[in-house]
Ligand binder design. Structure first.
Ligand code: ZN
Length: 151
């Protein structure tokens, strides 16, 4: 049964990797952030359109491995309609889930990344777009690197 579940998760990740959602520039973006993971070469830019405290729209562009692209694809789908505070809380849930494999609370489809904790080299690929999200929400001007903080 767990193998079936893993297969399903892998299918979701592969699907989002091959056909990323919200994969485009956003001229109407109110904030954006560049994220870089030097360990893997993942490089992406995340765009947000804020309406007050609510994320009205989200998109990304860039290049990277399958995990990093699928993560950004699912992230941009997930955070639409969420408030800044909700998105920050989700970042913490996702970070805990990716590093420990334990899902705390409802993270919807993002749960497909719980298995990443078994592959330490891929954790930073999966978390990269989330660092970029937080960078964009904070309005940080300089690129966010997965190597700028320890996790
Ligand atoms: Zn990667």
């Amino acid at each position: 049964m767990f193998d079936d579940l893993n297969d399903l998760y892998q299918q979701v990740i592969l699907d989002h990797c091959k056909q990323p959602r919200n994969f485009h520039e956003m001229p109407a973006a109110t904030c954006s952030a560049q994220g870089f993971n030097p360990l893997c070469g993942d490089n992406l830019k995340l765009f947000l359109q804020m309406d007050g405290d609510v994320i009205k729209d989200a998109s990304f562009v860039g290049s990277g491995c399958c995990i990093s692209k699928a993560s950004a694809s699912l992230l941009t789908d997930y955070v639409k309609g969420k408030t800044k505070v909700e998105a920050e809380k989700t970042f913490e849930q996702v970070r805990d889930m990716i590093t420990t494999g334990t899902v705390n609370g409802d993270v919807g489809k993002l749960a497909v990344f719980a298995g990443v904790h078994k592959y330490p080299a891929r954790v930073k690929c999966a978390i990269l777009s989330w660092h970029a999200l937080i960078g964009a929400l904070k309005g940080e001007a300089k690129p966010v690197s997965t190597e700028s903080e320890s996790n």
